[in-house]
Design a protein around this ligand. Structure first.
Ligand SMILES: N[C@@H](CCC[C@H](N)C(=O)O)C(=O)O
Length: 273
């Protein structure tokens, strides 16, 4: 099985080129690929598949139908094999892979996801900007963590988030154990972010991702905390620092854009047993 490895702010992915949709990617295979000792290692898998091939085996939700017009589809899987609707770091890495593989002739492309199509622009300076659509703010939510409680705002970026403001520097928090959420608020689970304003216009954030555990960055989580930190109805630009680097989020009346790095670090052949 051919693969590439890439990351966006150290949120890392195994990339599987499968233009014609021939791979059978079950959760066990995904978990084996993402295993950091016995596999290649990654927070998730990005299968690079033509949308026309994906649609032979999968029906998209009504809300994701815009993806049907995209040539390429980011079939994203978490490290535990579960599917997710969207990945903000992954889609930048996906676009970088398309460029490297000679599969992209323009700088801007619509990429299909289970949250719908997202317009992605690969910039000359190496950064990649994604039109993330709308970050929907859904009201207060809670999570239990290490005997305490986190209170924050539920935000949908296509996938579910709980963005929790905290007073102390985020480096002091223990996110090693999965926070528990109320299934009534999050029927499909959630990605949990803690954040604080470290300087004017700059947020610091850490995340515990659904299906992957604590990661060094989460692009949709970065968008969720930027939305939660912005006064309703106003626009803003936030730099968001995560353990693996930094991204910038632009919020305005048209929606949200996420800008950050995307790197391919290796290519090879995987031999899974
Ligand atoms: N790391 C990603 C998000 C991946 C999906 C997430 N774990 C979920 O299950 O919703 C990002 O960069 O957005």
């Amino acid at each position: 099985m051919r693969f590439a490895k890439g990351h966006g702010t150290e949120n890392d992915f195994v990339i599987l080129p499968d233009p014609d949709g021939l791979l059978e990617l079950d959760p066990t295979t995904v978990a084996a690929l993402c295993d950091r000792r016995a596999g290649i290692g990654g927070d998730g898998v990005l299968r690079v598949v033509r949308t026309s091939a994906l649609l032979k085996t999968e029906t998209l939700a009504e809300s994701a139908r815009s993806a049907e017009r995209s040539e390429w589809f980011m079939d994203y899987r978490n490290a535990d094999g579960s599917l997710a609707e969207m990945c903000g770091n992954g889609i930048r890495v996906f676009a970088r892979y398309l460029v490297m593989a000679g599969l992209l002739e323009t700088d801007t492309v619509d990429i299909g996801t289970r949250a719908g199509a997202r317009s992605v622009t690969v910039e000359p300076d190496g950064q990649v900007t994604v039109d993330m659509g709308v970050a929907r703010r859904l009201g207060e939510g809670r999570a239990r963590i290490g005997g305490g409680e986190l209170v924050g705002e539920r935000v949908s970026v296509g996938n579910p988030h709980l963005a929790c403001p905290v007073e102390a520097p985020v480096s002091g928090l223990d996110l090693s154990v999965a926070p528990e959420v109320d299934p009534g608020q999050f029927p499909d689970g959630a990605n949990i972010e803690v954040f604080r304003e470290a300087a004017p216009g700059t947020l610091e954030m850490r995340v515990h991702e659904r299906g992957s555990g604590e990661t060094r960055s989460c692009g949709t989580g970065i968008v969720a905390v930027a939305a939660a930190a912005t006064s309703p109805g106003e626009g803003a630009t936030w730099r968001v620092r995560v353990p693996g680097g930094e991204c910038t989020v632009f919020l305005d009346a048209d929606g949200v854009r996420l800008r950050g790095p995307a790197v391919i670090v290796a290519e090879g052949e995987a031999h899974l047993r």
